[in-house]
Design a protein around this ligand. Structure first.
Ligand SMILES: *Cc1c(COP(=O)(O)O)cnc(C)c1O
Length: 393
């Protein structure tokens, strides 16, 4: 029987697993890295500055500081914002742990505020309610690639005197009310991990409109040293902050520059696959799609769906296992950060953010990456319809 689930011994929709995300490296990327290898600089050379200029142009901000990962970029942003012990930073729980961890790196305290049930982005009202006299910053996360309520966050930041940081690791190339992501926050952060929109292997960047914040970020990336070798007249230099070695190499920036030339195409392809899914799933029982606000361009880093568990005879774990058995490499984004043992052992309790927790129990991320074919996407649709049809009440 064609309809018997693969997990019950039926024929899978696909042989081999379609991953949920995958990098896209072509021969021009390879040539760019090889050319960098043959040049005079292996690290901290002209390609770093070029990559930073390209990122600043893309995000519509005057300053970009390239660093060794998105996590390093978050840490750098929190340092730039002068977050320290005793300071509270409001963060959403439906994100990668690094968002909140970066607050801990600086000795600050992450305070979790719930997400909106429709978009799963930080709920500005919940963020406002979480602000105390000790709050110094708010980090918004552009969940799945959709910009959050940036005007509302900025207004909250302005009225309460808080630094607004945007974790835009999902949202390179997205726009909010016509403005590129990165320009609306005091500091914004990108990641160039292989599953993200453009990769440098590992890499990240901090975007800043304020020259002082950018200068602090630049120093922090290089041990807190106040000058670059080119600026020095002799051996002397001053280490003025306790920084790190968070530098990104010229080799990586050569790859990043080459990748950025294909970003418009990659975004268009992600949009096309998302549109195909949205059309196919619009009337499918058992599944709800997160809302897309009318005033954004969604960057579609991932394609999460919410299972209507009330209409299914299975929980998320069973649906997940059944889809994997069909050859669909589903994933889940995210376990609420404070559910992780490191956080629960430090006093964060379940129940803190009920909307995020309820969403987590129902979330499944479907495969979405530019190199996917329409046939791959159709396999995903077939497998989802097959599994949800089987488990329908
Ligand atoms: C990927 C990601 C990060 C971390 O980026 P790395 O480059 O992997 O260190 C941080 N926040 C979010 C939301 C991410 O998706």
């Amino acid at each position: 029987m064609g309809d018997r689930l693969a997990i019950d011994g039926g024929t899978p929709v696909r042989r081999g697993m379609l991953p949920y995300g995958r990098h896209d490296v072509d021969e021009t990327d390879v040539a760019a890295v090889v050319a960098a290898l043959r040049a005079d600089w292996i690290t901290s050379g002209p390609r770093v500055a070029e990559f930073e200029e390209a990122l600043a142009r893309l995000a519509g901000v005057p300053h970009a500081v390239a660093v060794s990962s998105g996590t390093a970029a978050l840490h750098t942003a929190l340092f730039s914002a002068a977050i320290g012990p005793g300071d509270e930073v409001v963060v959403p729980p439906l994100t990668f742990a690094a968002t909140a961890n970066a607050v801990l790196y600086q000795g600050g305290t992450p305070v979790f505020a719930d997400v909106r049930p429709d978009t799963l982005n930080l709920d500005t009202a919940a963020a406002a309610a979480a602000v105390t006299p000790r709050t110094r910053a708010i980090i918004g996360v552009d969940y799945a690639g959709q910009p959050g309520d940036l005007d509302a966050l900025r207004e909250l930041g302005r009225t309460r005197g808080l630094c607004v940081i945007e974790d835009a690791a999902h949202a390179l190339g997205a726009t909010y009310r016509g403005r590129p992501v990165g320009a609306d926050a005091d500091l914004a952060v990108f990641s160039f991990h292989p599953v993200k929109h453009a990769t440098t292997g590992e890499g990240g960047a901090v975007m800043a409109s304020d020259a002082g914040l950018a200068e602090r970020a630049r120093r922090f990336r290089n041990h807190g040293i106040a000058s670059t070798p080119a600026e020095r007249r002799d051996w002397r230099y001053d280490m003025v902050d306790l920084g790190f070695n968070y530098r990104l190499t010229d080799l990586q920036c050569a790859l990043g520059l080459s990748q950025l030339t294909r970003l418009p195409r990659a975004l268009a392809r992600r949009e096309a696959i998302a549109a195909r899914y949205r059309a196919a799933f619009a009337d499918l029982a058992g599944l709800t799609l997160p809302a897309v606000a009318p005033d954004v361009r969604h960057a579609w880093h991932i394609f999460p769906v919410l299972l209507d568990l009330e209409r299914l005879r299975a929980d998320r774990g069973a649906v997940f296992a059944a889809l994997r058995a069909e050859g669909i490499g589903v994933n889940v984004h995210y376990i609420p950060v404070y559910w992780h043992p490191y956080y629960s052992e430090r006093g964060y309790r379940r129940g803190l953010c009920p909307v995020a927790e309820r969403a987590y129990e129902r979330l499944v991320t479907l495969p979405l990456f530019p190199a996917m074919t329409d046939g791959d996407a159709d396999d995903v649709v077939t497998a989802v319809a097959k599994v949800l049809g089987h488990y329908a009440r």
